[in-house]
Design a protein around this ligand. Structure first.
Ligand SMILES: Cc1cc2nc3c(=O)[nH]c(=O)nc-3n(C[C@H](O)[C@H](O)[C@H](O)COP(=O)(O)OP(=O)(O)OC[C@H]3O[C@@H](n4cnc5c(N)ncnc54)[C@H](O)[C@@H]3O)c2cc1C
Length: 375
């Protein structure tokens, strides 16, 4: 076991920290208030090479691997979980194409995503389900040399601004699930409503209608019926990322709590001198450290080319619970100022709660972990 970062990893971490502190942090409150996707920051991430870090240079990526991606993501999330979430969601179609696409698809579809020319998302969740593939109603019917897709997705992140989506639809013939790369400029793609969510605002989570959209055969990823397998594999990278979103939010909240405790005075001394506050800070720091290393290890395993379906569920389950606990404790340390909209702590608290819910609700992750244990 080697816990030291390479020079390249340290450089990337510092590049992402610079971007986060200089360009993201000052925008986080505004993104949260307006609920508008910060497309300019997504563009800036592309210019910095942060949008395709894990994928090989021959497909437009940074060739840096998953741990590097996670290290960069950690820095961004400490400034704005939303901006980190944009970075995360955009990896899902890349992962799907990289793992299941043909060589031709990797060149044609992965390269513009990994190089940052195009922005991508994922469309699985529907009004009836976000967890159960048997309830998916969006259908892909054979038509000429391809498919015609009809249906509705909900909570589809980046929907108003993305270029392509890794879309999951039921096969009209076999009833299995297929995975497609669908372009948002296709006739029949329409965003019905951008949703107002409690946290992770500015992700563009939307209701989207797909009205008889033609998708050519060459945009089917994997084989017909392989969609659910593709979803589980590709989304494991997003689950790992959500775990880091949680750890990032928790770290930001701890930093704020430490600063606040040093300057807030009660009973004639800074509250940081009180044992009760010190006990809380120590608890918070220890839990964050455990969460962080669980995510790093998951990324390390992916860098070995192995499946992380089990590890990413465990990391997401643990780190997002840490996020909720730690942001709540940090808020408590801030007293009444903790609930003020003018301070960032309440935003991290709301964002932390979101991480327990999206990209697979935590009950599902418990089931995944338990199923492996009992197999
Ligand atoms: C901000 C945001 C962004 C999102 N972005 C996207 C996106 O880009 N693309 C996309 O496809 N989706 C997206 N989602 C959807 C999200 O991933 C789902 O909402 C989430 O997976 C939960 O699904 P659900 O809401 O249908 O909950 P359900 O599956 O209906 O769960 C409801 C309840 O049932 C329980 N439950 C369900 N299944 C199980 C089980 N197997 N074991 C135990 N308990 C269970 C859960 O505990 C939960 O309490 C996003 C959601 C949000 C909030």
């Amino acid at each position: 076991m080697d816990f030291t970062l390479t020079e390249q990893e340290k450089m990337l971490q510092s590049l992402a920290r610079d971007f986060a502190q200089k360009e993201v942090a000052s925008r986080a409150a505004e993104i949260d208030r307006t609920n508008e996707v910060p497309l300019d920051l997504a563009q800036k991430m592309a210019e910095l090479g942060l949008r395709g870090l894990p994928y090989p240079a021959e497909y437009g990526g940074g060739g840096a691997g998953y741990l590097s991606f996670i290290l960069a993501l950690e820095q961004v999330c400490q400034a704005s979980v939303t901006v980190g979430a944009i970075m995360s969601v955009n990896t899902v179609p890349q992962e799907g194409i990289y793992r299941f696409g043909t060589e031709e698809q990797k060149k044609r579809l992965l390269t513009p995503l990994a190089s940052g020319k195009l922005l991508g998302g994922i469309g699985f969740t529907e009004p009836d389900t976000g967890s159960d593939p048997r309830l998916i109603k969006t259908v892909a019917r054979r038509s000429g040399d391809g498919y015609k897709i009809s249906g509705q997705k909900i909570f589809m992140s980046l929907a108003p601004v993305l270029d392509v989506v890794l879309l999951f639809a039921r096969d009209g013939d076999s009833e299995g699930i297929n995975a497609f790369i669908l372009e948002s400029k296709s006739k029949g793609y329409s965003v019905q409503e951008v949703l107002e969510t409690m946290g992770l605002r500015g992700m563009g989570a939307s209701i989207v209608n797909f009205d008889d959209i033609y998708v050519p055969q060459e945009n089917l990823i994997g084989k017909p019926g392989q969609g659910f397998e593709i979803l589980l594999d590709a989304i494991s990278v997003e689950r790992m990322s959500v775990a880091m979103q949680g750890a990032g939010a928790a770290q930001a909240a701890l930093d704020l709590a430490v600063d606040y405790a040093k300057q807030r005075v009660a009973q004639g001394k800074p509250i940081a001198k009180m044992q009760a506050i010190q006990q809380q800070l120590a608890e918070m720091a220890s839990r964050i450290e455990a969460a962080r290393w669980l995510v790093y290890r998951t990324a390390f395993i992916r860098d070995q080319g192995q499946s992380i379906q089990y590890e990413s569920s465990m990391a997401k389950l643990f780190a997002t619970q840490v996020a909720v606990d730690v942001t709540r404790m940090a808020m408590q340390i801030h007293g009444a100022f903790g609930v003020m909209k003018s301070l960032p702590i309440e935003r991290f608290y709301r964002d932390a709660k979101m991480t327990e819910i999206y990209v697979g609700i935590n009950e599902v992750h418990r089931s995944i972990v338990a199923n492996r244990l009992l197999k």
